[in-house]
Design a protein around this ligand. Sequence first.
Ligand SMILES: [Zn+2]
Length: 377
Amino acid sequence: MPTLSDVIGLLEGWYPPHTAEDWDAVGLTCGDPASDVRRILLAVDPVLAVADEARAFDADLVVTHHPLFLRATHGVAATTPKGRLVHQLITNGCALYTAHTNADAPADGVSESLALALGLVDPEPLEPNARGPLDKIVVFAPRDSAPAIRAALTDVGAGAIGDYDSCSFSTPGEGRFRPLDGAQPTIGAVGELETVEEVRIEAVLARELRSAVVTAMLAAHPYEEPAYDVIELATLDDLTSGSGRIGRLEKPLSLKEFADRVAGVLPTTAQGVRVAGDPARRVETVALCGGAGDFLLDRARAAGADVYLTSDLRHHPASESREYGGPALVDVAHWAAEWTWLPVLQRKLATALGDTVETRVSATNTDPWTFHVAGRD
Ligand SMILES: [Zn+2]
């Protein structure tokens, strides 16, 4: 049976906490990492109705998307709703863990889950994250020492590309040098021009490894004064991680048909599906963002999306986007959009943990809006 610490290890591998926004508060809110986990409840919001559901399910862990505490907290007395929730969870031996903005951007995250639920083909980030900064090291060494230098580079992590390690490239050539007074050359003699069969070795490395890689290379290099370059590489987009998603529908739909599909895929809410645009407008390229996605309106327009789907669209940004010829807009309940991540997370946990653990997607609708009046006819 896995411990809470084992389950957290899985979650943090998929949704690394260091990728959360600076203002966010993710991770373990309560719970003992050494305790056993048999049942996990997955929910969007850490609210009392979900804690009640966790008690009825006898859950050992609740994983939520939204954090319980986002601001400084000076106590968890049961005199406030949040304090009462913490008490209830601890009394019932149930931990609470949050993956919030760190679960928005990556593969199998909130926006990608929403995109796949709506049937988008090959969704890519609407605003890709930058890949981690890379350097390249280029070293010139006598041919015989090349294997030792390549090994020294890869031992400290240079040459890692995606699912590969030990990546490097070597080109043979001629090195020339003349040792001067005071030099103690490994090859050649003071005052004489020397020509040596050398190898140019190059490998990429994460920039944070720069000094470790240079130190390891110098230690392995036989020369008194090794020749080497460290080059900063251009920053490229990460095509698997970023804010929102954009993709195509397999078959174009009218905006009305698309809105109907959205309503059919998402859990039902009081708000329903609000739409801005001509119902007959042809929709093929869809941009979207789980959660409050005002900030990607311009990006969706620049990317040529036919429609942009998100939550919590405010009057002014929505109105301006429409005036400037932006995409049709679809506004859905924040809870419903982010809910689409829960079945994805459930599948991942079930695959990783097998039947040692029972997982359940919360059946509680935690959308704060409870009814809707269309207006007078
Ligand atoms: Zn949210």
